[in-house]
Write a protein that binds this ligand. Structure first.
Ligand code: NDP
Ligand code: 2IT
Length: 447
């Protein structure tokens, strides 16, 4: 059977076994499509059924999360942890609290995480979890109650050598604090079971900034290949959360100008650039739990476009930083015809498959599993510091982060250079991430 046929069969099986999980299908398809040449060169992967095994999570935990709101009413949410692959290390990946969360979304995120974590070269397997809990409008006390109940079940399945969660959409330092506190109480252990912890109780400097900083370092490497820099570039961002904040800081520091931010309500356009106190204000916006970016427009007197996405704004670089499939083929066409030279996914799977393919062909395109790996890489550095029971300076951590992002870029070139001028970063990241996991699975036998 040809490699292409093997891949098609595996994909058919994924569709059959995981009905309705469209985001998971999309993520699997994108990885499988990168692999024909790898299977041709490595028949041992076919023999050992690596593809069939790698698309199947090792374990999924689904649980009830009951809690009481401030009025004393009982609420019930659903909690999840997808422990996808532990060939390279303990399961590692964030928790997402958002009303849109379902099993298919968490499986796509956990699957992506397996290859992303492999690309970092640090010893981490892949996992993801979360809940359909909606933090919007909840009091601190309600968030704490929810987190404690969530941990009352999850604590059985995680640990510093088993599974190490972190943040993602709707889970930041506050939530990690409540989750960690409850874990500590239940286990009577102070260990590095979470990353993204507060700085004075085991967290790493630079972790809050790391996803954004790392992504900008990656973009810098891409631009270097075209003899370009960030200096003077107009950058369109979506989102206004933790990741968008880190990107805005680093782009501004390196001489670029961030001209948009967006939320579920629409986008703001700031022709002078989101800089200085405006970047700090992003943190307030996020912490307000209001889901609104319009407040920025009111505060700084800039235009707000209700119900619209920022991709219609003319720019040099477009960086989706909010959520999956937030930039589609029409957005990509608009960006390209407006002169955009680079799209990098900083949210996980920020672009639809056809948008990513078009951008790879016409301009430069980076997939999330490469571009946003700096967040989890710095989580890996936090784990190292916890194991050694010491802390590194910002400079030291940032230096490691920069080097890791450069290495990931090199890996993408190694496996993704398809002609002198064209690099298929999707292919490069998928193959680079896959081979390490596949080899480790071969070494460890049929488990
Ligand atoms: P935050 O919760 O801090 O911010 C998320 C942003 O995305 C908010 O602006 C949020 O608005 C918006 N958003 C979320 N869901 C939707 C939706 N369905 N429609 C429109 N907007 C939405 O999360 P992060 O900044 O941490 O995460 C942003 C992206 O980066 C995610 O894709 C995440 O997976 C990815 N990522 C995060 C890493 C990290 O370390 N935190 C690491 C690597 C990737 P609102 O919530 O108000 O709807
Ligand atoms: O998508 C991601 O890589 C994250 N949300 C960060 C995961 C982590 O374990 O730091």
């Amino acid at each position: 059977m040809s490699s292409k046929q093997i891949i098609e069969n595996v994909y058919e099986q994924v569709l059959k076994r995981n009905p309705g999980e469209t985001e998971f299908h999309q993520a699997v398809k994108e990885v499988l499509e990168s692999l024909p040449s790898v299977l041709d060169e490595n028949p041992e992967y076919v023999e050992a059924r690596i593809l069939e095994r790698i698309v199947e999570p090792e374990r999924i935990i689904i649980f009830r999360v009951p809690w009481t709101n401030d009025k004393g009413n009982t609420q019930v949410n659903r909690g999840f942890r997808v422990q996808f692959n532990s060939a390279l290390g303990p399961y590692k990946g964030g928790l997402r609290f958002h009303p849109s969360v379902n099993l298919g979304i968490l499986k796509f995120l956990a699957f992506e995480q397996v290859f992303k974590n492999s690309l970092t070269t640090l010893p981490m397997g892949g996992g993801k979890g979360g809940s359909d809990f909606d933090p919007k409008g909840k009091s601190d006390n309600e968030v704490m109650k929810f987190c404690q109940s969530f941990m009352n079940e999850l604590f059985r399945y995680i640990g510093p050598n088993t599974d190490v969660p972190a943040g993602d959409i709707g889970v930041g330092k506050r939530e990690i604090g409540y989750l960690f506190g409850q874990y500590k109480k239940l286990k009577n252990e102070f260990t590095g079971v979470f990353t993204g912890k507060g700085i004075n109780w085991g967290g790493s400097l630079i972790r809050p900034e790391a996803t954004g900083f790392g992504a900008v370092y990656f973009v810098q490497e891409m631009l270097k290949l075209k003899n370009e820099t960030l200096e003077g570039k107009n950058v369109v961002l979506s989102g206004f959360g933790n990741v968008a904040w880190g990107v805005a800081l680093k782009i501004t520091e390196l001489g670029g100008k961030v001209i948009t931010l967006s939320g579920p309500d629409g986008y703001i356009y700031d022709k002078d650039g989101v800089k200085g106190e405006k970047i700090n204000y992003m943190l307030q916006l996020r912490a307000s739990n209001n889901d609104r970016v319009e407040d920025y427009a009111k505060k700084f007197g800039v235009p707000f476009y209700a119900g619209k996405r920022p991709w219609e704004v003319k720019c040099d670089l477009a960086l989706p930083c909010a959520t999956q499939n937030e930039l589609d083929i029409n957005d990509a066409k608009t960006l390209i015809s407006n002169g955009c030279i680079l799209i990098a996914e900083i949210s996980n799977m920020g672009c639809t498959a056809d948008a990513a393919k078009l951008a790879t062909k016409k301009i430069m395109f980076a997939p999330g599993k490469a571009a946003n790996a700096g967040g989890v890489a710095t989580s890996g550095l936090e784990m190292s510091q916890n194991s050694m029971r010491l802390t590194w300076t910002s400079e030291e951590t940032d230096k490691h982060l920069l080097q890791i992002m450069k290495n990931i870029h090199e890996t993408c070139l190694k496996y993704g250079q398809i002609s002198k001028d064209t690099i298929d970063y999707v292919k490069g990241a998928n193959i680079g991430g896959f081979v390490k996991v596949a080899d480790a699975m071969l070494d460890q036998g049929l488990v």
